[in-house]
Ligand binder design. Structure first.
Ligand SMILES: [Zn+2]
Ligand SMILES: [Zn+2]
Length: 210
């Protein structure tokens, strides 16, 4: 995509409980013009946990990073503490700063590079309290709750890898914005091959030609 891929908007990224965000996040190609999502400054993704993330939930996020590693040229490394060089800080926060209705959000907090278009450090917020409420609380389906925790862990991680709310088909994929109950629909859990193609292209892989 040449220069076009540098025109990424520095928007924060959200999945809303109530009103979905308007067209601001729409882009046909996943990562790229119109965001949200931002390009990471390098293919290595160092991550850490804030103390508000229960250690029992660590595997959910570790699996999300492993999945990203498996389907892109990115690779991760867990850091035992959150420092200035950590690329992604995972936080289970309620409410998420600036977005009390969000289920998750992945704002870049330290930009770098040409026109500040790359991200040196970002947050990966997941609000399990809002997910619990959206899932129906104690009268809800616990499978729906856990699915949406996993969904948001992967979705927000996708934003930190440069993926947006892509609108090309297929429409069912983990970068789609929303709250979902069809956890048995496996297509819901994964990135689209087009989205991962653009991530790899950004890090020097073959041109995606779309
Ligand atoms: Zn999003
Ligand atoms: Zn494309």
């Amino acid at each position: 995509m040449g220069m076009r891929r540098l025109l990424i908007a520095g928007l924060c990224t959200l999945v809303l409980v109530l009103a979905p965000q308007g067209g601001a996040g729409a882009t046909p190609h996943g990562g790229g013009p119109g965001g949200p999502g931002y390009w990471p400054d390098s293919a290595d993704h160092w991550f850490c946990f804030e103390s508000n993330v229960p250690s029992a939930d660590y595997p959910i996020y570790q699996d999300a990073f492993q999945y990203l590693d498996n389907v892109t040229s990115m690779y991760d490394s867990q850091s035992s503490y959150c420092g200035s060089l950590t690329d992604v800080i995972i936080s289970n926060t309620h409410p998420i700063p600036g977005c009390s209705n969000c289920l998750g959000m992945a704002p870049c907090i330290a930009k770098t590079g040409f026109l500040n278009l790359a991200c040196e450090q970002g947050m990966e917020y997941v609000d399990t309290t809002n997910i619990w409420i959206a899932s129906g609380g104690f009268s809800g389906d616990i499978n729906v709750y856990w699915f949406n925790v996993i969904y948001n862990a992967r979705h927000e991680l996708g934003h930190t890898a440069g993926m947006g709310h892509s609108t090309n088909s297929p429409s069912v994929h983990v970068m789609a914005q929303g709250f979902y109950t069809d956890y048995g629909n496996w297509a819901r859990w994964g990135f689209r091959s087009e989205d991962t193609c653009h991530v790899n292209e950004f890090f020097g892989g073959p041109a995606c030609n779309h």
